[in-house]
Design a protein around this ligand. Structure first.
Ligand code: BGC
Length: 349
């Protein structure tokens, strides 16, 4: 089936923002827009044969510009935080846009989430969206070209395949910021979602900054241990400084020390809908964010969003890894190609 295209709205500078629909034979449907290569909706059939939209978002382009949560967006060229919005590479120091305390978050206010991507390839089950990010945009060196291919297959897997190249050495840490709610995007709190995480370690953060200290800490015996499934809410209010520092779960979990083999790192399950999400990546880690900073606002189809009504599993190199000894560095060398795949698989139980 050909990819369906429809007009979603207009960008602030009057360009067409398109919505592309991928659909498989089970009726699973993923909508993506070219602003920020954003995943706008994922419709999946629950155990009662009712289609649920399991990701958060808005109804209009303007709401995406105004929103501060990065719903569904591709984040780049550097996801998560860079301490004091500075790093050195090849003996040169780069100052980045500051947009989170003194830090650079998700590349700055004009990251790839705010850019219009071009549809460069399409086929029955996939689209490729591409964007150019010019030298020193948000402070990052080099003319950077990034593409993402979204594939929806017959196994109800949504694959996000990233590729990037640059004409200078640069930072490349691409992720996607989808907020999942497996009860349906309008269903409220995610605290009853059951979660399993493969991670045996996480990277503790500095008070108030959400920047890793540089240590690897075992999850065993802590609130960060999800190696046996538990609800997201079970320990979230525990008297644990690491949770207090960032208002809940907003931490990087360790999959592997370097980019490596594709691994299943998470499984989330909503007992009411029976919808289960499994996640896979070849990257070193992922940010598990429990939506602590979400504000009351209107989402899609009049849904009322509140604090913790969506959770994110953002696959990535560790936050601030460009400045941190002992963390694999997200450096893309001039003349080489970055490639990585993250998969979200939906099943019903
Ligand atoms: C960060 C959070 C932040 C959220 C929205 C997440 O990736 O870890 O701290 O509030 O993005 O910006």
């Amino acid at each position: 089936m050909a990819v369906r295209k429809e007009l979603f709205g207009k960008s602030r500078d009057g360009k067409e923002i398109m919505l592309y629909t991928l659909r498989n034979s089970m009726g699973t449907e993923v909508k993506i827009m070219n602003l920020g290569a954003t995943i706008v909706s994922v419709l999946f059939q629950d155990k009662n044969e009712c289609f649920r939209d399991v990701v958060l978002g808005y109804d209009t382009v303007e709401d995406y510009y105004n929103g501060g949560c990065y719903y569904g967006a591709l984040i780049g060229r550097s996801g998560n935080r860079i301490d004091k919005a500075k790093f050195s590479l090849n003996g040169k120091t780069y100052s980045l846009a500051v947009n989170d305390n003194e830090n650079n978050l998700h590349s700055g206010p004009n990251g790839l989430d705010k850019r219009i991507f071009e549809l460069t390839k399409e086929c029955d089950d996939r689209i490729t969206l591409t964007v150019q990010d010019k030298d020193l945009e948000q402070g990052y060196p080099g003319n950077f070209c990034c593409s993402v291919t979204y594939i929806l297959n017959e196994e109800n897997e949504l694959k996000l395949h990233y590729e990037a190249e640059c004409d200078q050495d640069t930072v490349c840490n691409l992720t996607n910021h989808t907020y999942f709610n497996l009860g349906g995007q309008e269903s409220g709190s995610i605290l009853n979602t059951q979660l399993w995480l493969a991670a045996k370690e996480y990277t503790p953060v500095i008070d108030g900054q959400a920047i890793p200290t540089g240590e690897y800490a075992p999850v065993a015996g802590t609130v960060f241990d999800f190696t046996q499934p538990k609800t997201i809410g079970r320990d979230i209010e525990a008297d644990e400084p690491q949770l207090k520092y960032v208002g809940g779960y907003d931490h990087n979990f360790v999959i592997q020390r370097e980019q490596g083999i594709d691994q299943r790192f998470a499984e989330a399950y909503n007992p009411e809908t029976g919808i289960c999400l499994e996640a896979f990546t070849d990257l070193p880690g992922f940010q598990f964010y429990s939506g602590n900073f979400m504000k009351d606002e209107k989402g899609k189809k009049g849904a009322q969003y509140t604090k913790r009504c969506g959770f994110c599993l953002e696959t990535q190199f560790y936050p601030n890894s460009i400045n941190q000894e002992g963390f694999a560095k997200p450096i893309l060398k001039a003349g080489s190609k970055f490639a990585s795949t993250t998969t979200y698989r939906f099943t019903v139980r």
